[in-house]
Design a binder for this molecule. Structure first.
Ligand SMILES: Nc1ncnc2c1ncn2[C@@H]1O[C@H](COP(=O)(O)OP(=O)(O)OP(=O)(O)O)[C@@H](O)[C@H]1O
Length: 253
């Protein structure tokens, strides 16, 4: 569905019926100083849903993520997380609600070992869930088992990315936000990260994914939102977005 109308209602991607919303963001604006970067974006993510966020460089994907998670504080609009108003929430409050963030450029503690990085992150889920044990994370990422005593700083980029995702899983989140999780990694590692993203999806955790490989994002997500200059220009089920003839122009492909 192409979104040419400026009406906020029209831009809301429709989440699956009957599933509670984890994220319900309406008319979100964001600024860096006097620079107005997001212009009224709507985004809904239902429990267990995978949503892809696409757009060329500098179109506002990371800003939207960082605004929803409370990192960008010059913001406006309504952000509801798990039914609670989070329009002014700070990052640690968002994390406590059950949202894990795997930032672009990773986010592991360089001076802690792999084991310490994982164990420190461990926390029960909202409903007391603790199915993502240390052992399960190591089964998911066998490479991390081989590196348990290495410091975060001694890992390759791909291993750091795995550790960052492993840390996110140890928090038993309801939603994992992955911003450019495969950026700059070797093809074999990229394939492994995508395999794990599939496992995460299969385990019922919702995900919000930003990745340059738009084909993979669309093939592996339920719905997608395409941004251009801080506005939503396409939104809907990923298969429909993938088939939309205007998509290449928005992605510059
Ligand atoms: N910390 C910042 N201060 C000022 N401007 C910023 C900052 N971060 C991003 N911007 C600007 O905001 C706009 C949106 O950037 P953003 O990083 O959200 O885009 P993106 O779609 O995630 O692209 P990329 O893939 O390049 O990260 C760009 O014009 C960018 O230059």
């Amino acid at each position: 569905m192409q979104l040419s109308s400026p009406s906020v209602q029209d831009r809301a991607p429709t989440p699956p019926q009957g599933r509670p919303l984890i994220v319900d963001a309406r008319a979100v604006h964001a600024w860096y100083g006097s620079s107005h970067v997001l212009h009224g974006i709507d985004l809904q993510i239902a429990r267990g849903e995978t949503v892809g966020l696409l757009g060329r460089n500098g179109m506002g994907k990371s800003t939207l993520i960082r605004t929803l998670l409370g990192h960008v504080t010059q913001r406006d609009g309504q952000i509801t997380l798990f039914g609670q108003d989070a329009s002014r929430a700070r990052p640690h409050e968002v994390a406590r609600l059950g949202v894990a963030y795997v930032p672009e450029g990773r986010g592991v503690f360089p001076n802690l070992s792999v084991r310490e990085n994982l164990v420190m992150a461990a926390r029960r889920g909202r409903d007391g869930r603790q199915d993502w044990s240390f052992e399960r994370v190591l089964e998911t990422f066998p490479r991390l088992r081989e590196r348990l005593t290495n410091l975060g700083s001694q890992l390759s980029g791909g291993e750091q990315q795995m550790l960052s995702i492993g840390r996110a899983l140890m928090t038993h989140p309801e939603l994992i936000v992955l911003d450019e999780a495969t950026e700059g990694l070797a093809p074999l590692i990229v394939a492994e990260i995508w395999r794990v993203i599939g496992d995460i999806r299969g385990s019922g955790i919702a995900t919000l994914i930003v990745d340059r490989d738009y084909r993979k994002v669309l093939a592996r997500s339920d719905r997608a939102l395409v941004l251009q200059k801080g506005q939503a220009v396409l939104a809907g089920p990923s298969a429909e977005v993938a088939a939309d003839p205007t998509l290449p122009s928005y992605l510059g492909v």
